[in-house]
Write a new protein. Structure first.
Length: 139
């Protein structure tokens, strides 16, 4: 089964993990477990903004029904084609789905290359005592 692993973490941690991954790849140290699809958001707000309930419903419908075009995908979720088109483009940028040429009549076909999505969300309830508590705009 192919899963997309979605995580939420701070940007410094993401950068550190990405650099470590690149070094391991360059050194040939990756195992099959390391070569998994991961989408990491810098914050919970980024996740919620990018993977809205409507987009998650669209992803599920495409995975279940394999529509042959964007228009057919829009019909599956009973939404306007232009809104679905915008969502599909955003989901493609995120790597959640692919938009493939070759549908009927030259249509672009949305394809979800995953069987499942696994989310790991670390949502601290207490502020980090080591973190700078000043707002970003404070001088």
């Amino acid at each position: 089964m192919t899963s997309l692993h979605i995580t939420v973490g701070d940007r410094a941690q993401l950068q550190e993990e990405t650099l470590r991954f690149i070094q391991q790849a360059d050194n040939g140290e990756l195992t099959p477990d390391d070569e998994r699809a991961v989408l990491q958001f810098g914050s919970y707000a980024d996740l919620v903004e990018s993977l809205t309930p409507l987009r998650l419903e669209l992803i599920r419908a495409i995975a279940a029904e394999s529509p042959e075009s964007m228009r057919e995908a829009a019909r599956l979720v009973d939404r306007d084609v232009s809104d679905v088109h915008a969502d599909l483009k955003q989901l493609e940028v995120l790597g959640v789905l692919d938009l493939e040429a070759g549908g009927p009549g030259g249509a672009i076909q949305p394809v979800v290359p995953f069987d499942s999505i696994e989310m790991h969300i670390e949502y601290p309830l207490l502020a980090d005592p080591d973190a700078d508590s000043r707002p970003a705009s404070a001088d």
